[in-house]
Design a protein. Structure first.
Length: 573
């Protein structure tokens, strides 16, 4: 539902951008207010409501309800629970207070179990980097600070070596694919065929990788079969190659726009994120060495965040200032998130319960908590690796976008949710898909195409395709509400905030439904959960109480964002 700050659309805010004049692509977690937002100044003048009787009541509800939300999944994870034996085989030996740990999520387990290896890789990276800088600076004293060509040469060599260590002989396949993309971009250059061939190549490779499971050398010729045995540390290269493909498109499109002069020229001034993304490089910058260093940049290669080619090269050529204090603070935040995930996995076995459908006899409230905490774990299992890799890049002097801007539970708008979830991917979509398709001229149709692409990019499955269509469908009510009740006309009405909270409840329920289908329990599990929640009197009573609690949560989120505005903080989500 629309309000001055309660319904900020990623698509609407960034729609002013075009390939020729990129605007509004904001990476920073905290953005400053802009003069174009007329309602912002009004919100900043509004007095705080925290000490009013209404919000004191809300705070009391929070104090009572939130501990219950935490306690229920802990009780469901007790060894004394009747369903414990149905999922206990999925648990592993833990280290915290004698508890087992639910390390059954394959995606997070691959990161958690490899933290020592990733830490070693990081140490080797910086050890070799500083050794390289030491010898270069002593051989060429005039280069007091390492110039971009020397840094690119180190990154290119280290990246290729890392590629062979990770993927073994499959590194050859990766190099062939990225080289073909480079040839397409360079051959067609300014031609209008460049976007067509670049995107077609990306889609074909995504489908081919999935259907052929990374390909086998033996299928080319039996004499090459021995190469399939050289697997490397991480042989399933095609699983993470989806992220690499985004970089291939970024290089091709940035080069295409540079060839056509579709962007602001370099004026020599300090470049913020918006300018680093859109400001043109000389055509000589789009060479194979820079391309190789960008595509395989070690801190971001495995899991992101995603940077555009233009942004990466500007940061290499004009290093930005990142204070040690801010990096240290970010490192502490990462450790806190990692420990939070450990506590959750040691005390809430909701992933194992979900995977084994071990919810027989559970009440509608308990079922909803299984779903909710599974979504929290999905958020954490992405947040923790992304912050690890971003921390690595920050220590290296590169500032990639922050992927998770807000906690998953601190959202009430579908638009705001997708702006804050996998933010670097959101920015990539806006620059390379949303704007070229026409921006906000046809939001519903564009959103359908975008969510379909996002679903297929994640996985070629009906479940995620269903999620994509649901997500695109569920943004329509907010769009219609924005037209019927524009904030510019109704924000000063006393009932408007409460109407927005009702709309927020509806939005939250739809977002929960879509994400439970796409990333947790699928369509079958969702059907069972809905039958229990809305198909029984007990479920309907719980549903009513849950809607009241969500209404209160929405009011608190509204006020929280207004408090940010009072403090001069403006997050575009």
């Amino acid at each position: 539902m629309p309000t001055d700050l309660r319904s900020v659309s990623a698509l609407q805010v960034d729609s002013a951008e075009s390939p020729r004049k990129p605007k509004g692509v904001i990476r920073l977690t905290v953005d400053t207010p802009t003069s174009s937002s007329k309602d912002i100044s009004n919100t900043r003048r509004s007095p705080p409501r925290w000490k009013t009787p209404e919000f004191i009541l809300y705070q009391v509800v929070f104090v009572v309800v939130v501990p219950i939300l935490i306690w229920v999944p802990i009780q469901l994870s007790s060894v004394n629970h009747p369903n414990y034996d149905l999922y206990s085989r999925r648990l592993s030996r833990g280290w915290l207070l004698g508890r087992d740990i639910d390390n059954s999520d394959t995606q997070y387990r691959s990161f958690r179990n490899n933290i020592p290896g990733l830490a070693l890789l990081t140490a080797i990276f910086f050890g070799l980097k500083y050794t390289h800088e030491y010898f270069i600076n002593h051989r060429l004293p005039s280069h007091a600070s390492l110039t971009p060509p020397y840094r690119i040469s180190f990154l290119s060599i280290f990246s290729v070596l890392m590629l062979f260590i990770l993927h073994g002989s499959s590194a050859v396949k990766v190099l062939i694919i990225i080289s073909l993309n480079y040839c397409i971009a360079k051959y067609f250059g300014a031609s209008k065929l460049t976007p067509i061939f670049a995107w077609t190549f990306m889609v074909v490779i995504l489908f081919a990788n999935e259907m052929n499971e990374g390909y086998q050398f033996a299928t080319v010729h039996s004499s090459l079969g021995f190469l399939d045995g050289i697997k490397g540390v991480y042989p399933r290269w095609h699983v993470t190659f989806n992220i690499t493909m985004l970089r291939l498109v970024s290089f091709a499109m940035d080069y295409f726009w540079a060839c056509n002069g579709a962007g602001p020229p370099d004026t020599g001034s300090i470049l913020n994120y918006k300018l680093r993304t859109s400001t043109l490089h000389p055509s000589s910058t789009y060479n194979y060495s820079n391309y190789l260093a960008y595509v395989f940049y070690p801190p971001l290669y495995i899991g992101g965040p995603i940077m555009t080619f233009n942004d990466f090269m500007w940061q290499v050529q004009r290093p930005i200032t990142i204070s040690r204090r801010s990096v240290a603070a970010y490192g502490l935040r990462f450790l806190f998130c990692l420990l939070t995930m450990e506590v959750v996995l040691h005390f809430m076995y909701v992933v194992a319960i979900k995977d084994n459908h071990a919810w027989q006899g559970d009440s509608p409230f308990e079922l909803s908590m299984i779903g909710f905490w599974n979504l929290i774990i999905v958020w954490l299992k992405l947040l923790v690796p992304w912050r690890f890799f971003r921390l690595w890049a920050l220590v290296d002097g590169i500032d990639p976008p922050e992927n998770m801007v807000r906690c998953m539970a601190n959202n009430y708008s579908p638009f705001g949710f997708w702006r804050a979830w996998h933010r670097s991917y959101n920015l990539w979509i806006i620059r390379y898909i949303h704007i070229p398709l026409g921006g906000t001229k046809n939001v519903a149709f564009t959103s359908l195409l975008i969510f379909t692409f996002v679903a297929l990019w994640h996985d070629l499955s009906f479940r995620l395709l269903t999620w994509g269509w649901l997500a695109s469908l569920f943004i329509l009510p907010e769009l219609m509400a924005s037209k019927l009740f524009p904030a510019s006309q109704y924000s000063d009405r006393p009932w408007y905030r409460h109407l927005c909270a009702v709309g927020a409840v509806f939005n939250i329920l739809m977002m929960l439904t879509a994400n439970l289908v796409g990333f947790v329990i699928g369509t079958d599990g969702m059907s069972y959960m809905l039958s229990q929640v809305v198909g029984t009197w007990e479920g309907l009573r719980f549903f009513g109480v849950a809607c009241v609690c969500l209404f209160i949560a929405a009011q608190v989120m509204f006020e929280y964002r207004e408090e940010e505005m009072r403090q001069g903080i403006y997050r575009k989500c």
